[in-house]
Design a protein around this ligand. Structure first.
Ligand code: RFL
Ligand code: PHB
Length: 390
């Protein structure tokens, strides 16, 4: 088989890239290790920046998002028992975020791809990008015991943090930057109405918590937990009790609890691999970088990488110019590092670290008070949260 671009990975990055390329008439094949239902069963991000929403519109997959997504004008930050509203809409000249689950984004992109008739190979084993340092790149994989090979012009590594693409690059060509945080997030999804119409990020001595949602009837809550914690140890009741203890009194009072639809623990990590290009192989999304979820940036960064990469590929085909591809790594990384900074800062300000002493706790509170009292600080948080311009 031959195509123009082989995309490894059918997460949001791979699917969005595939649809953008399709829109411009660039042939592409997605090769994915898992099956469709497995991918749609993963509960992950929930907040989309306007740039990501615009991309969904651009590929014609935005209709349900506009119907069912919840447009949010602000968030709340709680500490010392009080909630403080951050008016992001007011602080950014009218920008908003949209609450719409990654599962739904993925579902809508998969439908769009099916309608476009572009090929996705699911359940592909031993996916291997090859020859990308020369002029004849190809991707091999094993399906039902048979080895296949797809020849192409370019390979897009959109295969997440544990994917094969980054691992296929010689170690000496990569520079990796990493910070692992000494805690995780325990998340719970339930068909209960959200405790409040906007997200609540809470700093508490017992640990961080987050009240988020997927719709007006479905909630997503998180509590900071030990890194070595076992999700099986947490009954639903234990989760709700712990969450309630960390909320401000009004939220604790109105919290509606119910059976969990899903519960899982995610570790928190900051990670960047540089550069994002190795000959004809390009990394995008979690394959190249990870942020802790505190700033809601993971999925949105995948979308901005894809924006730059897709532009580069379009120029390569339509204008016969390599300029966009040559600039891809630097362009994408400039935005990535700003989101890395923001996510690290939000995480540091809101979590209880094992070495949080009295001094550090006072500094966290001073920072939080500054953020909610100063127009400049509120504006800074807001412009990062809604998403820096592409
Ligand atoms: P994805 O979504 O991980 O998709 C990568 C795809 O590649 C496939 N794959 C392979 N395919 C072929 N061959 C191989 N060798 C392969 N190895 C892997 C995988 O099966 C998968 O289908 O990466 P992408 O597209 O870059 O999208 C990035 C986002 O998914 C990610 O940034 C966010 O979900 C991060 N994230 C969160 N972000 C938020 O903004 N808010 C959150 O609440 C949030 N929660 C999370 C998260 C990430 C998590 N991970 C990665 C474990 C919770 C979790 C648990
Ligand atoms: C979520 O709804 O899953 C979510 C929202 C905001 C975050 C992280 C996760 O910062």
């Amino acid at each position: 088989m031959r195509t123009q671009v082989v995309i490894i990975g059918s997460g949001p990055a791979g699917l969005l890239l595939g649809q953008l390329l399709h829109t411009w008439g660039i042939d592409n094949v997605i090769v994915e290790r898992k099956d469709r239902d497995y991918i749609l069963g993963r509960i992950r991000a929930g907040v989309l920046e306007q740039g990501a929403v615009a991309q969904m519109d651009e590929v014609g997959a935005g209709a349900r998002l506009h119907r069912e997504g919840l447009v949010h004008h602000g968030i709340e930050i709680a500490f010392e028992g009080k909630r403080h509203r951050i008016d992001m809409h007011g602080a950014t000249g009218g920008k908003t975020v949209t609450v719409y689950g990654q599962t739904e984004v993925t579902h809508d992109l998969m439908e769009a791809r099916a309608a476009a008739g572009r090929v996705t190979i699911y359940d592909a084993d031993q996916v291997t990008p090859q020859g990308f340092d020369g002029d004849a790149p190809r991707v091999s994989y094993v399906k039902d015991g048979v080895t296949h090979e797809i020849a192409c012009d370019y390979i897009a590594g959109c295969d997440g943090f544990h994917g094969v693409s980054r691992q296929s690059v010689p170690a000496a060509a990569l520079h990796e930057f990493e910070r692992v945080y000494p805690f995780g997030w325990l998340g719970l999804l339930s068909d209960t109405p959200p405790v409040s119409p906007e997200l609540i990020y809470t700093r508490h001595e017992r640990g961080f918590s987050l009240c988020s949602m997927r719709s007006k009837t479905r909630s997503r809550y998180y509590v900071q937990c030990r890194l070595d914690d076992d999700v099986a140890r947490w009954s639903d009741d234990m989760f709700w009790d712990e969450l309630r203890r960390r909320l401000d009194p009004a939220a604790a009072e109105t919290l509606v609890t119910g059976a969990s639809l899903e519960k899982s623990i995610a570790p928190l990590r900051s990670f960047v691999a540089e550069p994002l290009r190795f000959g004809r192989l390009f990394l995008a999304g979690d394959a190249a970088h990870i942020v802790p979820p505190t700033g809601a940036k993971g999925l949105n960064l995948a979308a901005s990488d894809v924006h730059y990469l897709a532009q580069g590929l379009r120029e390569a085909y339509a204008d016969k110019s390599q300029a966009g591809l040559d600039a891809y790594s630097a362009r994408a990384l400039a935005r990535v590092w700003k989101a890395e900074r923001f996510s690290w800062w939000m995480t540091t300000m809101l979590h209880n670290f094992p070495d949080t002493d009295d001094f550090t706790a006072r500094i966290q509170l001073a920072e939080l008070n500054y953020v909610v009292e100063s127009q400049a600080a509120t504006a800074s948080l807001s412009e990062n949260y809604v998403g820096l311009p592409y």
